[in-house]
Write a protein that binds this ligand. Structure first.
Ligand SMILES: C[S@@+](CC[C@H](N)C(=O)[O-])C[C@H]1O[C@@H](n2cnc3c(N)ncnc32)[C@H](O)[C@@H]1O
Length: 404
């Protein structure tokens, strides 16, 4: 052991995927790629008076679910999948525990019910939408962990075979000025799109039968429903993940035959994924979405439905009475302004889709104060091999909690 080495025991893995331990002086230390229970010799790489960051020099006692990463690019420094050193059962337990702890610590929930998604989600070859970075030689790859450096990646483990093929067809070339390229494939139609910014810089040869630019459209089929998705619109990262998410939202929304006749409100509705798949075809639905491209897609996707598509920030939308609210915000979560909007709908049921456990925990607390009682969260491993986790939570309006 060298003088600058310290040995620490790892208590748990925290939301960003690092192991958490304590230094001899009591400060918290976040250790890259350390797993729960491990005893590791570490080297501090950054510190402040409250906490430190460290890398592993040596593993003294390994978690027995530590594995050799299945993807060779982890050894080259690719930071795309930061939990590959954990067996899949441990990856899922880590994510479950992170969600549970956020609900308790930030949401002040008492012994919250946290369920695992019953669907058999794929581990590899599933991603149908991916944003790739471009290295100095014009090749596509991903950023190294905690750095801007791009690691060129030819064959990504988690990419769908059609997306791998699309990536292969983009040979290195002169691409100065382009930092990232978004690739999307639709498993149902075989269509594909490529989009980068700034769009006036040439990407090089783009393969035939590929839509180019923000308006490039593909059509995906999710749970029997066809959706138009433009390149500039958000869409779930995999078709299998979107299907699992739709089913989880449907479970949480409950039996539509007992919903009131008020519309379902799909906040942060994107291209209308939940409005189309979760809401029965004859039930009114209002989609609230701020992105112009997604709004245009939602209008097409819901054209045969009693649907109203509103282009607005959620916090600026004027609430109306609702039977169910489904809300799927970005990583920042709902926050106080959007919680006030949800509460003003007086919807008996709220389904909250969260991609950030800390935002979920905070929102659970805000919702409780606004009259929404937490019932349960279902955890979905939509981003295998990474620390990212999706959670679908059900809340019911409880007059006794409500200040309104
Ligand atoms: C996580 S995505 C969910 C989209 C959709 N529910 C789906 O599953 O495909 C979040 C969506 O919210 C939109 N958005 C982000 N901030 C917003 C805001 N403040 N008000 C309304 N929409 C917003 C984004 O454009 C994006 O389409």
């Amino acid at each position: 052991m060298t003088l600058d080495e310290i040995t620490v025991r790892i208590d748990k893995v925290v939301a960003e995927g690092d192991g958490l331990g304590r230094l001899p002086d009591g400060r918290v230390v976040f250790v890259e790629r350390a797993l729960p229970g491990e005893l590791v010799a570490i080297r501090i790489i950054k510190q402040s008076k409250d906490y430190a960051r460290a890398e592993i020099v040596r593993i003294v006692e390994a978690n027995d679910r530590r594995v050799e990463p299945p993807c060779a690019y982890v050894a080259s420094g690719c930071g795309g999948c930061d939990l590959q050193h954990a067996a899949v059962d441990l990856q899922r337990k880590i994510k479950h525990d992170i969600v549970f702890e956020s609900l308790v610590r930030l949401g002040k929930a008492t012994d919250p019910l946290v369920l695992d998604c019953p669907d058999d989600l794929p581990l590899d070859s599933c991603r149908t939408t991916m944003r790739w970075a471009i290295d100095d030689h014009g090749a596509l790859g991903f950023r190294a962990q905690g750095s801007h450096r791009v690691v060129s990646v030819d064959d990504c483990l988690v990419a769908h075979p059609a997306l791998r093929e699309l990536r292969h067809s983009l040979a290195p070339g002169a691409r100065s000025g382009i930092e990232e390229v978004s690739l999307r494939v639709a498993t149902a139609s075989g269509e594909r799109s490529v989009w980068w910014e700034p769009s006036d810089v040439a990407l090089g040869a783009v393969p035939a039968r590929t839509e180019v630019g923000p308006q490039g459209v593909v059509h995906e089929e999710i749970d029997g429903h066809r959706l138009r998705v433009s390149a500039a619109s958000f869409f779930q990262a995999s078709a299998t993940g979107a299907t699992a998410l739709v089913r989880a939202v449907r479970r949480a929304a409950g039996d539509p035959t007992i919903w009131t006749s008020d519309p379902v409100i799909d906040l942060y509705g994107g291209v209308g994924l939940f409005a189309l798949t979760v809401v029965p075809a004859d039930h009114p639905v209002i989609v609230v979405e701020s992105n112009a491209s997604a709004v245009a897609d939602a209008k097409v996707n819901l054209r045969d439905r009693p649907a109203t598509i509103v282009r607005s920030e959620v916090a600026r939308w004027r609430p109306v009475p609702a039977s169910v609210v489904v809300a799927d915000p970005s990583r920042t979560g709902l926050g106080a302004a959007a919680v006030a909007v949800v509460a003003a709908t007086k919807a008996p049921v709220l389904v909250l889709v969260s991609c950030d456990p800390a935002s979920l925990g905070r929102d659970v607390g805000l919702l409780a104060r606004a009259g929404y009682r937490f019932e349960y969260t279902e955890v979905l491993d939509l981003f295998p091999h990474t620390h990212h986790v999706e959670a679908v939570s059900r809340f019911v309006r409880d007059e006794r909690l409500s200040p309104l």
